[in-house]
Design a protein around this ligand. Structure first.
Ligand code: ADP
Ligand code: MG
Length: 327
């Protein structure tokens, strides 16, 4: 397949009409028209085969995930996604792969009416870079630097499922025997949390006027909350017993293993955020409405860094607090 046939295939699969796209794929650049009065929120994320996803990941799942992790960054800002760019580096021009990839990408793009407006296609080791654009009202963009002492700390959904899904895929994992004997639908659900994460866009939008700081959990809860703490100049205390767990995680892991997955596992793409006391009740009500719910897991305190506490308030030391590419 030639480069332009590949681009054509992607273009057809991802066709979404938007009035703010004056000119999409096909020229040297796209022409886009942001609405007056809204801020443009922009982010990019790269996925490298063998680093960010197992080499065996299906093309469909990779297409979905490459957009999902980017939309998750917009969710964490409280932005509404609108446009995307896709830079694909492929070892060869494999039509079946590109069809599958575009299918998974288009499935999620259609859910949120995200228009693919351009990109680049090159040959090399399998790597996917996506750029996303979103809009948000200027006064209400969610940032990492707004947490205040006395705020409550929340997280959406459940934690640790994606990291457990990764262990399900790893044949050498010490726990693999227990996981191997888990019901197939439980394993599949955990793996889908890894390969098909749900960007919490509705939650992010609902939090715009309620949260004081927000981040998406991509590297691990404690590591990511550490960014809020550092940027806001505060400390954060997390109550280990309050961390939300799925029924799959509860069924398959004992408490210490579960805690390691919840607090240190990456790839959850839930939102972790701080909330002033006056907005706590609103958060609980509004996030129950958007489906994923939110659990109160801790508080913002004076000081610095993130501390994980047991039932007695004693700090717990975890071997791994999160993912660092260069550690
Ligand atoms: P140029 O050489 O001028 O950069 P390209 O030949 O790379 O143009 O791309 C032609 C058109 O196809 C451009 O509009 C570009 O944005 C789009 N495009 C290329 N690759 C992709 C891709 N993987 N996904 C979406 N659009 C793409
Ligand atoms: Mg180009």
């Amino acid at each position: 397949m030639a480069e332009f046939d590949l681009i054509d295939l992607i273009h057809k699969r991802c066709a979404i009409e938007r009035a703010d796209v004056r000119l999409g794929i096909g020229d040297d650049a796209a022409i886009l028209r942001p609405p007056p009065g809204l801020d443009l929120i922009v982010s990019t994320d790269t996925l490298v085969a063998g680093v960010h996803f197992p080499e065996m990941t299906s093309a469909q799942d990779l297409g979905w995930k490459s957009l999902a992790v980017n939309l998750s960054d917009l969710a964490a800002m409280g932005a509404m996604p609108v446009w995307a760019l896709l830079a694909l580096t492929l070892p060869d021009a494999d039509r079946t792969f590109v069809e599958g990839f575009a299918g998974g990408f288009a499935e999620l793009a259609a859910q949120h009416r995200v228009a693919l407006v351009g990109g680049d296609t090159t040959r090399g080791p399998l790597t996917v870079t996506v750029v996303v654009h979103g809009f948000a009202p200027p006064a209400h963009v969610l940032r990492r630097d707004g947490a205040q002492i006395g705020d409550a700390v929340f997280v959406t959904g459940t934690l640790g499922d994606a990291a457990a899904g990764l262990r399900c895929l790893d044949p050498r994992d010490a726990q693999a025997n227990a996981l191997f004997h888990a019901p197939p639908e439980t394993r599949e659900w955990l793996i889908s949390r890894l390969l098909r994460p749900t960007p919490r866009l509705a939650a992010g939008a609902a939090l715009r006027e309620l949260a004081s700081a927000c981040i998406d959990v991509s590297d691990g809860l404690l590591a990511d909350l550490g960014h809020i703490a550092a940027r806001s100049g505060v400390g954060i205390e997390i109550d280990a017993l309050e961390l939300p767990a799925s029924s799959a995680l509860l069924a398959l892991f004992d408490a210490p293993d579960r805690l390691a997955l919840q607090a240190g596992g990456g790839d959850d793409y839930e939102l972790a955020f701080s909330v002033p006391p006056a907005h706590v009740a609103d958060v609980q009500r509004d996030l129950a409405r958007v489906g994923c719910g939110a659990t109160r897991i801790g508080r913002v305190v004076a000081g610095q860094g993130v501390r994980l506490l047991d039932a007695n308030g004693t700090p717990i030391a975890l071997r791994r607090r999160g993912w660092d590419h260069f550690a």
